[in-house]
Ligand binder design. Structure first.
Ligand code: DER
Length: 234
C-alpha cells in the first residue's frame, strides 16, 4: 500500500473509532474533551453530526478554539460538579486502561478533567497498545526551578531524561520526556513520580485509568471496557 493510501486508511480507521465513541455521549451532557489529533476529529465529527451537547470542558487552548468553532459552548470546570464522560486519545495504553499521555503537552489539564469524569473513554490506534507501558517516553511537567532536581530523582527510578527544548506548557512549566522506564506497576510508578517535589503531573494515567478503550482497527473499531476494576482512589 502506498504511503498516501495507508494514511487515508489510518484516517478512516480513526474516524470510525470516533463515531463509535460518540455512543458514549448523551444529548445535553457537558463533556470533558482532551487534546490532540484524535480529539480534533471528534470535535469535527460532533459538528458534522449536528448532535447537540450542552457544552464541553476543554483541556487546552487549541481544543477550546476548535470547540468554539464547532459552536460548542465552553464550560469552566469549576462550574460543574462532575462530568459524565471524558474523551481523549493516548500515546500508549495497556488493555487494563493504563495510559501514557501528554506528549502534546496538555497532560496536567487532561489529568484534572479525567479525574472529574465518571467515565473515561480513550480512542486509540491498535498499534499504541502494548503489554507494558514504557516503550515510548513518559512526559513529566515540572516547575522550572525544580527541573534538575526532578531529573536526578527520575534517573534514580531508572529513566533517561530529556528536556523538551524551547517549550513551555500552557501553565508556564517545562516538560521532561523520560525514556526507557521499566513499568511493571504503573500505579506505583505514577505515585512515586507524583511525590517528587517540583513535579506538577506525570503523563502516566494509571491511578485513574481509561474505563473504555475504543481501538481503531482495519476490521472496524473494537470497544473494550477496561479500567473500572483497577481504579485507585486518589
Ligand atoms: O498528548 C496527549 O495527551 C494526547 O491526548 C495524546 O495522548 C493523543 O494524541 P493524538 O490524538 O494526537 O494521538
Amino acid at each position: 500500500m502506498s504511503l498516501l493510501a495507508s494514511r487515508a486508511r489510518g484516517s478512516e480507521r480513526r474516524r470510525d473509532a470516533v463515531i463509535e465513541a460518540l455512543r458514549f455521549i448523551e444529548r445535553d451532557w457537558v463533556i470533558g474533551v482532551g487534546t490532540g489529533a484524535t480529539v480534533n476529529v471528534l470535535i469535527e465529527t460532533l459538528r458534522e453530526s449536528g448532535r447537540k451537547i450542552d457544552g464541553a470542558v476543554a483541556t487546552s487552548k487549541s481544543t477550546a478554539a476548535r470547540l468554539e468553532l464547532a459552536g460548542i459552548r465552553l464550560i469552566d470546570l469549576n462550574d460543574v460538579p462532575m462530568l459524565p464522560v471524558y474523551i481523549d486519545g493516548a500515546d500508549a495504553a495497556t488493555m487494563e486502561g493504563h495510559l501514557v499521555k501528554g506528549l502534546g503537552g496538555a497532560l496536567v489539564r487532561e489529568k484534572i478533567v479525567a479525574a472529574c469524569a465518571d467515565r473515561f473513554v480513550c480512542i486509540l490506534e491498535g498499534s499504541k497498545l502494548g503489554e507494558r507501558l514504557g516503550a515510548g517516553p513518559v512526559p513529566i511537567e515540572v516547575i522550572p526551578i525544580a527541573r534538575s532536581f526532578v531529573t536526578r530523582a527520575v534517573e534514580k527510578l531508572g529513566g533517561e531524561v530529556q528536556l523538551r527544548e524551547g517549550y513551555a506548557t500552557e501553565n508556564g512549566n517545562q516538560l521532561l520526556h523520560v525514556h526507557n522506564l521499566d513499568i511493571p506497576d504503573p500505579v506505583d510508578l505514577e505515585r512515586r513520580i507524583d511525590h517528587i517535589p517540583g513535579v506538577v503531573e506525570s503523563g502516566l494515567f494509571a491511578c485513574r485509568p481509561a474505563d473504555v478503550l475504543v481501538i481503531a482497527s482495519d476490521a472496524g473499531p473494537m470497544v473494550r471496557q477496561s479500567g473500572l476494576a483497577n481504579k485507585v482512589p486518589i
